[in-house]
Ligand binder design. Structure first.
Ligand code: FES
Length: 117
């Protein structure tokens, strides 16, 4: 199901926003981030243990803004690919939510792969 994840210009670099959407009858939480002016969105679920990445509500980036961090065991993910580069789920990727822009809205579609863990 397509969902509006943000409006164009809503998120500045380094900002994130959470949203809820449905795919194949599953209700999922996602988050969209602006990283260096590019938007990317992922399912808010770590690839180590299926837990939300943010302990503090909507805090996904590391302090230096270079990585998305899982608050539980500290895994680091690349913001632009979702690939884990440090921590227990190393080598795995966050489930990407494909984005497209329509008018002033940034829309998200169901991920190609849904969380199975
Ligand atoms: S649950 Fe995310 S690193 Fe363990």
């Amino acid at each position: 199901m397509t969902v509006t994840v943000a409006h164009v210009g809503e998120l500045h670099p380094g900002e994130t926003k959470k949203f809820v959407f449905q795919c194949n009858g599953l209700e999922l939480e996602g988050f969209v981030l602006n990283w260096a002016g590019q938007h990317h969105a992922y399912v808010n679920r770590c690839r180590h243990v299926p837990m939300s990445l943010d302990w503090v509500e909507n805090q996904f980036f590391t302090e230096d803004g270079r990585f998305v961090q899982c608050a539980t065991h500290g895994a680091y993910y690349l913001p632009d690919t979702g690939e884990c580069v440090a921590g227990p789920p190393c080598g795995r990727r966050l489930h990407r939510i494909p984005l497209r822009v329509e008018g002033d809205r940034i829309l998200g579609d169901c991920p190609a792969s849904l969380p199975d863990d």
